[in-house]
Design a protein around this ligand. Structure first.
Ligand SMILES: Cc1ncc(C[n+]2csc(CCOP(=O)(O)OP(=O)(O)O)c2C)c(N)n1
Length: 637
């Protein structure tokens, strides 16, 4: 059957099982948009920005496990996609991006809206194609889907010239089967490697499983839990691995790394064996590589051979699909109780409880951690996906929202892309319309892609947006507080009245600045059929604890001082120096955490003088603490 290139694109998408695409039209992709009208079985979501389209495709892919599709025009349309593509690449998310390109004769002439998009995206795609011939389109799209979802998933970009979309060619789906002789996504470990791994697992005294998102990607949750249960091995989880084993599992220690639990990092540093499952020893996870897990042998189970020995030297690599590897290992893993090791871990855990901000009684101030914890309580019995943005709120979400299921947390872990959350959540909602989708986002990141509220409204879908509004680029402010003597350069940030913003998009907006009202606010959000934006007005200068300073030893953490917790609750003022601190760090530890100045309830916050007038013009409810310029924290109010 002879079809135009544009028609072939849609025919291929239908055969790949695509039911929704996210995109934005323009000249070079116009033939494809024109042909779209003949294919109503695929729903097209018009985004407000091409970055939004890629994040939506990414969110769709992460929530469903299927390939997400984004479409854009040439030049600026395609370059706007780059951040979303890089985000998907870093987190192994399977998306296919289709971009229009100028006509093949105009290639290389600096034609209107011409950009060498395959060149631009080469380092941030798993693979990419420039297609100039109609007859190649079907094969390339089939290959793109195959590459995106096989082995270690990732983004593939297909750039198609306008004439290739317009001209016709024979469409034969069967004949277009992928031909990729050099691509071998299904490598297998050698039998000797299995034997060495078993020897190490069976003889270890202090083993720790490092659980990454590869467990989710290969669907190996049951096998990991069986390994932990059989050999009584504690599990430490990466940020992207949250949910791959239930938070409530007795084997799940919690999150590792820069903002991981203190005892988890301590356990890793004391381990004699690390069994790394589908994770890549990212620098946020290891801290100082020279001192990382110094006593531990390392087994690395990984589908992508290029990850093995990349950051950390491993003793036994097991290349292959995680579930298959574990199924091979499990029958030969010896049962063991490892009582001493568990006793040691329990001891390390005890110290952390008194530092938890949850130990603070409700003093009328709203702390972000409380918002997340209360949000978790209010939503835990519903089928919920939380999509976070990047910053402090992301880490508090990771610490206080207890994920029980794989794919219940979607977050930009590798690239750390602000602006990811709202569009990714819209994509997730398309993937899982039956689930509640919550966005947990900072006031900074929300403002990067808040235009996608219009997409939610136009599509009539419901996502729930919890803005953790601290009137700062909080995580950067925290680094400035800790490492730049509180010089808050370019981090105080005002925003619009978020309630009115939501209303301007014909959506629902709420504000909450009291802990006691978080629960009722969440209930009100769930009761409303529309997308709802909640402006949670929180303490401005709280910090995420613990924190491993970048490049420091994994167990040299800045901890939330006990004394603050104890002082706030009226108890003793005793506190402890953190482990392995430098003089600077001990100073930071003393000053870190919610300062007196930061403890002013939101309602009593005063705007800085120069912004007073402007602020007074807004409604009383919407007035936000504003900071005119970088000043020392204590002098701002
Ligand atoms: C696109 C992008 N630009 C800059 C950064 C650097 N960055 C990381 S966290 C952060 C602050 C985030 O502030 P906000 O969104 O308000 O969240 P909070 O940390 O206050 O929770 C910034 C600027 C980033 N991660 N992504």
């Amino acid at each position: 059957m002879k079809l135009t290139g544009a028609e072939i694109i849609w025919e291929c998408l239908i055969r790949e099982g695509v039911d929704v695409v996210f995109g934005y039209p323009g000249g070079a992709i116009l033939p494809t948009y024109d042909a779209m009208t003949k294919y109503p079985q695929i729903h097209h979501v018009l985004t407000r920005h091409e970055q939004g389209a890629t994040h939506m495709a990414d969110g769709y892919a992460r929530a469903s496990g299927k390939v997400g599709v984004a479409i854009a025009t040439s030049g600026p349309g395609a370059t706007n996609m780059v951040t979303g593509i890089a985000t998907a690449m870093m987190d192994s998310s399977p998306i296919v991006c289709i971009t229009g390109q100028v006509g093949s004769r105009a290639l290389g002439t600096d034609a209107f809206q011409e950009t060498d998009v395959t060149g631009v995206t080469l380092p941030v795609t798993k693979h990419n194609y420039l297609v100039t011939k109609t007859a190649d389109i079907a094969r390339v799209i089939r290959e793109a889907f195959y590459i995106a979802k096989s082995g270690r998933p990732g983004p593939v970009l297909v750039d198609i010239t306008k004439d290739a979309q317009q001209l016709t060619a024979e469409f034969d789906w069967e004949a277009a089967a992928p031909k990729l002789p050099g691509y071998r996504p299904n490598l297998r470990a050698l039998p000797t490697e299995y034997e060495r791994a078993l020897e190490l697992i069976n003889s270890a005294k202090r083993p720790v499983i490092l659980a990454g998102q590869g467990i989710k990607l290969s669907g190996a949750t049951a096998q990991v839990l069986e390994l932990a249960d059989t050999a009584r091995i504690p599990i430490a989880v990466t940020l992207l691995g949250l949910g791959v084993v239930p938070a409530s599992s007795p084997f799940n220690l919690g999150m590792m790394g820069m903002h991981g639990e203190a005892w988890v990092n301590q356990a890793i540093q004391q381990a004699d064996l690390l069994i790394a499952l589908g994770m890549r020893f990212d620098d946020r996870v290891t801290g100082n590589l020279k001192t990382y897990a110094p006593h531990a042998k390392k087994i690395h189970v990984e589908i992508d051979p290029s990850e093995v020995n990349k950051n950390v030297h491993v003793d036994v690599p097991l290349i292959g699909d995680l579930r298959e590897v574990l199924e091979e290992l499990l029958p030969k893993v010896r049962t063991s109780d490892r009582g001493e090791w568990w006793a040691k871990i329990a001891e390390m855990k005890g110290d952390s409880a008194v530092r938890d901000i949850q130990a603070l009684p409700d003093n009328g101030h709203l702390y972000a951690a409380h918002v997340i914890n209360d949000l978790w309580r209010a939503t835990k019995d519903r089928d919920t996906i939380v999509v976070t943005d990047v910053g402090q709120h992301q880490m508090w979400e990771a610490q206080y929202y207890r994920h029980e299921k794989p794919r219940s947390l979607i977050t930009s872990g590798g690239l750390g892309t602000m602006g990811f959350a709202l569009p990714a959540a819209i994509g997730a909602k398309f993937a899982c319309p039956e689930k509640d989708v919550w966005v947990v986002v900072g006031d900074g990141g929300f403002q990067m892609t808040s235009c996608e509220l219009a997409t939610a409204e136009q599509e009539g879908i419901k996502v729930n947006v919890a803005i953790i509004n601290n009137a700062f680029l909080g995580m950067v402010r925290q680094w400035q507080e800790f490492f730049y003597e509180k010089r808050y350069a370019a981090t105080p940030m005002t925003g619009p009245d978020f309630v009115k913003l939501a209303e301007a998009y014909r959506l629902n907006g709420l504000r909450c600045d009291k802990r006691a009202e978080v629960n009722s606010t969440v209930k009100a959000v769930l009761a409303d059929k529309r997308t709802t934006v909640v402006d949670f007005v929180v303490e401005q200068e709280d910090a995420v604890f613990p924190m491993v300073p970048a490049g420091a030893d994994l167990d040299a953490m800045i901890r939330r001082p006990k004394r603050e917790i104890l002082a706030e609750s009226g108890a003793d003022k005793e506190w402890q120096m953190p482990n392995g601190e430098s003089a600077a760090v001990s100073e930071l530890t003393l000053t870190g955490g919610p300062s007196k100045a930061a403890s002013v309830p939101a309602a009593k916050r005063k705007p800085a003088p120069s912004l007073k007038k402007k602020s007074a013009e807004t409604s009383k409810k919407s007035s936000r603490p504003v900071v005119a310029k970088a000043t020392k924290a204590g002098k701002r109010r």
